[in-house]
Design a protein around this ligand. Sequence first.
Ligand SMILES: Cc1cc2nc3c(=O)[nH]c(=O)nc-3n(C[C@H](O)[C@H](O)[C@H](O)COP(=O)(O)O)c2cc1C
Length: 355
Amino acid sequence: MTWSTQITQLLDIKYPIIQAPMFGVTTPQMVAGASETGALGTLALGDLSYEKCMDAIEATRRLTTQPFAVNIFVNSIPEVSENLRSQYSKVSSFIATLAHQHGLEVVLPRLEEIHLTDYKDQIAAIIASKCKIVSFTFGNLDSQSIALLKENGTVLIGTCTSLAEALLLEASGIDIICVQGLEAGGHRGSFQATVIPQIGGLSLLSQVYDHVNKPLIYAGGIYNARTLLAAQQLGAAGFQVGSLLLKSRESALLDFEKQHLSQVKESDIVLTRSFSGRFTRAITNTFIKTVDGTDYILPYPYQNKLTNALRRAAKAKGNTDFVGIWVGQSIHSYRDGSTGDILQELIREVEEATG
Ligand SMILES: Cc1cc2nc3c(=O)[nH]c(=O)nc-3n(C[C@H](O)[C@H](O)[C@H](O)COP(=O)(O)O)c2cc1C
């Protein structure tokens, strides 16, 4: 197989393999490890403030001179209405009681204390630090931000979970489209429909390839040569891997979370809104089973902010019943070497399989 594709050319990388942004799991060390291998590391900035974005980018730059991408959340934020205020206090009391019943002491933020980042501040940080590759999820960038980033020579990668979303990204002039299959670990990048699209990765990638004239990255379920080559057959020119790196040395997951991952079974992996208010693919646990299907779920990002303290307390106690561990549907051995070694092994496997 020749590794050169539109993606390697556009991004100036050797292998069209992208280390998925994984907010809370990705570290500057993981990004550098991926980029030093000749793949593309992606620094997950989530909803970090301007200053924290600058710090994370600088920390990564200290570790590698190779190209890497930065990734942000571009969701719209629901207005704080009277209804939201009363819902917030109801969900807050519910979570406080639940935590107390399970021996977790948490101090939950009041609604007024929650600080939400405007992604335009993050874009200012990205431009100030001269980052040249930006991927985003949970929405599309506004036209002003697209123009600003393009003026600065930035390559843009948008995430879609349906053909309709892919067409919107294409019409906005986004350079590369990341097609996120339903198998993928972590949050669904969905932004167009009120009900999240249910189309599977195989069908979605093939449909987007047929109807959209942009280079495609596929994300969702890739963990070995066969799954990568299947995505290539369906039209992907780039291959994004997330769950494959969850147990890597550079992953920010704690040891007890990595151990828990090794025991995961097919039926444990679910899509849930309980932790953040957006659908995310995660390992089921007591929290998810208690909250899913109830009214104790606020719209994103309020639910996310409210459950943060609970997750932190659970992490500190090594309690898998209340942590959020995001993972995709392809269960495998979750190798535990360095990011570089895991990616090198994938590259070797693909080269062996294709001769
Ligand atoms: C722990 C975790 C965190 C994630 N966080 C982000 C994120 O911050 N931004 C993003 O665009 N995608 C995020 N994703 C989704 C990945 O970019 C990608 O779509 C997914 O990992 C691909 O599926 P896989 O896990 O089967 O490889 C996350 C995925 C995981 C597993």
